[in-house]
Design a protein. Structure first.
Ligand code: DP6
Length: 302
C-alpha cells in the first residue's frame, strides 16, 4: 500500500425516533432493544486517513486527541484483518457545533469505520460495517445505511425514506451533559422498574412505527415520536439516582409544540440524552411551525 495514500469519507449523525436505551451485552455493546432513526444529512463528519510516521494519531477539529479504547479497538481490528501494522493518522472534522446535543459519537464512529474500510480496501458489507460501528457506539450503527434506518439490536439497515419530513435542532444549551448515555442506560437498567415494562412493549411499538412510516401517516408517527421521547425521559427520571436531561427551556418547547398541535398534529419533538430538542415537521408546514420558534437558535438538520 502506498505511503502517500490518503482517503476521505463523509458520514452523518442520526436522530432516533424509537430510542435505543440499554445494553443486552456490555462487552460486545449489543443493544437491549431495536431502534429506528432518521439520518441528519445536512450535518457531517468528514474523516480522512493516511499513514503516519509517529504512531497512530487522531486529530479532531484540528486538535490532536488521545485515542480512546474504542478507537484503538477498531483500528486494531482492521490492522489485524489486513495484516498491516503501520501507524495511521486519522483526521476528523464536524460541521456542527460540539456538545450542542447532536450525537457526535454516531457520526464520528460511523465515519471512522467507513474510512478504515475504504483505506484498507476491506470491502465489508453494509451490514458488517453497521455491526462494527455498533461495537463502538450503538447509535453509530444506524449511521451506516441511508435514510430511515432500523437497528435490530446488532446490525442496521435502511427501511424506507420520507423526503417530506424536515428535522431541525433547537439549540437551547451548549453545556455538556452530566451523565453520559452509556452511564445513564446502565443506571436505568440496574434501578428502573418502568424500564422492564418498556422492553415488553418495544417490539410492538417498532412494528407500529414501521406501519406509520410505510403508510406515510405523519400524524400518528409524530404522536408516537413525542410519546416515545416522553416515555424514555420518564424512565430516566424514575431511575435512581434520577437522570434528568430536559430543562425548563426544553419543557417550554414541548408546551409550544402542544399548543401548535391543538387542533391537528403538525410538529413533533424528540429529546436524546441531552437538553436540546429535535423537531419534526412536514415541508409544507415549515413556515407556519417555525414562526413559533423565532426567538430560538435553530439548526437545519436534513
Ligand atoms: C438517547 O449510542 O451514545 O441517543 O452505545 O453506549 O455509545 P453507546 O450509546 P449511544 O446512545 C444513544 C442513546 C440515545 C438514543 C438513540 O440514539 O437511540
Amino acid at each position: 500500500m502506498s505511503l502517500h495514500k490518503k482517503i476521505t469519507i463523509i458520514s452523518n449523525p442520526n436522530i432516533a425516533i424509537i430510542k435505543y436505551w440499554g445494553k443486552e451485552n456490555i462487552e460486545e455493546n449489543i443493544c437491549s432493544n431495536q431502534s429506528i432513526s432518521f439520518q441528519l444529512t445536512k450535518l457531517t463528519t468528514t474523516t480522512s486517513i493516511s499513514f503516519s510516521k509517529d504512531g497512530d494519531e487522531f486529530i479532531f477539529n484540528g486538535d490532536k486527541c488521545k485515542l480512546n479504547n474504542k478507537i484503538k479497538f477498531i483500528i486494531e481490528l482492521f490492522k489485524e484483518t489486513v495484516k498491516n501494522n503501520q501507524p495511521i493518522r486519522i483526521e476528523s472534522i464536524n460541521n456542527f457545533p460540539h456538545s450542542c446535543g447532536i450525537a457526535s459519537s454516531a457520526s464520528g464512529f460511523s465515519a471512522l469505520v467507513k474510512a478504515l474500510d475504504k483505506f484498507y480496501g476491506t470491502n465489508f458489507s453494509e451490514q458488517d460495517l453497521s455491526i462494527l460501528a455498533r461495537r463502538c457506539s450503538g447509535s453509530a450503527s444506524r449511521s451506516i445505511p441511508c435514510d430511515i434506518v432500523l437497528c435490530n439490536k446488532i446490525s442496521s439497515r435502511s427501511i424506507d425514506k420520507w423526503e417530506e419530513i424536515k428535522i431541525f435542532l433547537i439549540n437551547l444549551d451548549g453545556t455538556p451533559k452530566k451523565v453520559s448515555s452509556t452511564e445513564g442506560m446502565c443506571r436505568t437498567q440496574e434501578t428502573s422498574f418502568f424500564y422492564k415494562e418498556r422492553l415488553t412493549r418495544i417490539d410492538d411499538k417498532i412494528e407500529l412505527c414501521i406501519e406509520y412510516i410505510k403508510s406515510k401517516d405523519h400524524q400518528s408517527l409524530f404522536k408516537m415520536i413525542m410519546r416515545e421521547s416522553n416515555e424514555i425521559h420518564s424512565i430516566m427520571f424514575e431511575s435512581y439516582p434520577p437522570i434528568r436531561y430536559i430543562n425548563d427551556k426544553g419543557f417550554e418547547v414541548m408546551e409550544i409544540v402542544h399548543e401548535i398541535n391543538k387542533n391537528e398534529i403538525k410538529v413533533a419533538y424528540s429529546f436524546d440524552a441531552g437538553t436540546n430538542p429535535f423537531i419534526f415537521v412536514l415541508k409544507k408546514d415549515i413556515e407556519e411551525v417555525l414562526k413559533n420558534f423565532k426567538d430560538y437558535n435553530i439548526i437545519e438538520c436534513n
